[in-house]
Design a protein around this ligand. Structure first.
Ligand code: PGA
Length: 252
């Protein structure tokens, strides 16, 4: 079963609209390699501008979060309808910065995920353990809880409707990547859980991205792992040259 690799850039709260526009143009200037997908998640104020640049390029536009309601009294939230209007077809949900800094719980993340599915926006559900959890051997139980609670009640017909991103918190923005073997081990574990939550065929279709200090020097080895289907990239996605190298990873 072939899963199309997805190389996704999470720009977090970086880039002004002018900078985002320039960066998107530089990334879109180079054609995507055959059989690969790329995605950009700019900050909300830059979504429309970047969406206009990405139209017809094949590069996917994503938001960094999403609300479950299309409109209403939800100050500070991102309506799925408004995201669609900007051209977004994917949404990052449950990023560790949302979990840690903004106290988003598994149940809140689940509401966001169900909302995205309802509106036909593909969620990228982020999961990951902290260093303390890894050191106390709790990695798998934490990931299982994040997956089961985050996906509770989710109904999908194919694995293309959902993407998972495994992002160990200790590897995000630290320059310390999980080794390719550590990533493979966790991804294979997540796929087994997905088979239990959905079914085996769907689990084989769901892309599981790795995130956490991915850069041009480690992407090739990470992508060589059977269950690593792409990357969610922060820092190295903010420069066209490094993100393009990541999109053009070499097959080992
Ligand atoms: P990083 O961030 O690549 O800068 O570690 C990844 C992420 O937070 O998605």
């Amino acid at each position: 079963m072939e899963r199309t690799p997805l190389l996704a850039g999470n720009w977090k709260m970086f880039t002004t609209v002018a900078e985002a526009t320039e960066l998107a143009r530089a990334i879109a200037a180079k054609p995507l390699p055959a059989g690969r997908q790329a995605m950009l998640a700019p900050s909300a104020p830059a979504l429309h501008a970047v969406g206009n640049i990405l139209r017809d390029t094949g590069i996917i536009l994503a938001s960094q979060n999403i609300c479950w309601e299309e409109k209403g009294a939800f100050t500070g939230e991102l309506s799925p309808l408004m995201l669609e209007e900007a051209g977004a077809t994917m949404a990052i949900i449950g990023h560790s910065e949302r979990r840690q800094i903004f106290a988003e719980s598994n149940s809140l993340i689940n509401k966001r995920l169900l909302g995205a599915l309802k509106f036909g926006i593909t969620p990228i559900l982020c999961i990951g353990e902290t260093l303390t959890e890894r050191e106390s051997n709790d990695t798998k139980s934490i990931l299982e809880k994040q997956l089961r609670q985050g996906l509770a009640g989710a109904k999908i017909k194919t694995g293309n409707q959902l993407t998972i991103a495994y992002e160990p918190v200790w590897a995000i923005g630290t320059g310390q990547t999980a080794s390719a073997a550590q990533a493979q081990d966790v991804h294979a574990f997540c796929r087994l859980l997905l088979a239990d939550i959905f079914d085996k065929a769907i689990a084989q279709q769901i892309r599981i991205l790795y995130g956490g200090s991915v850069n041009p020097a480690n992407i090739d080895e990470l992508m060589a792992q059977t269950d690593v289907d792409g990357a969610l990239v922060g820092g190295a996605a903010l420069k066209a040259e490094s993100f393009l190298r990541i999109i053009h990873f070499e097959t080992l």
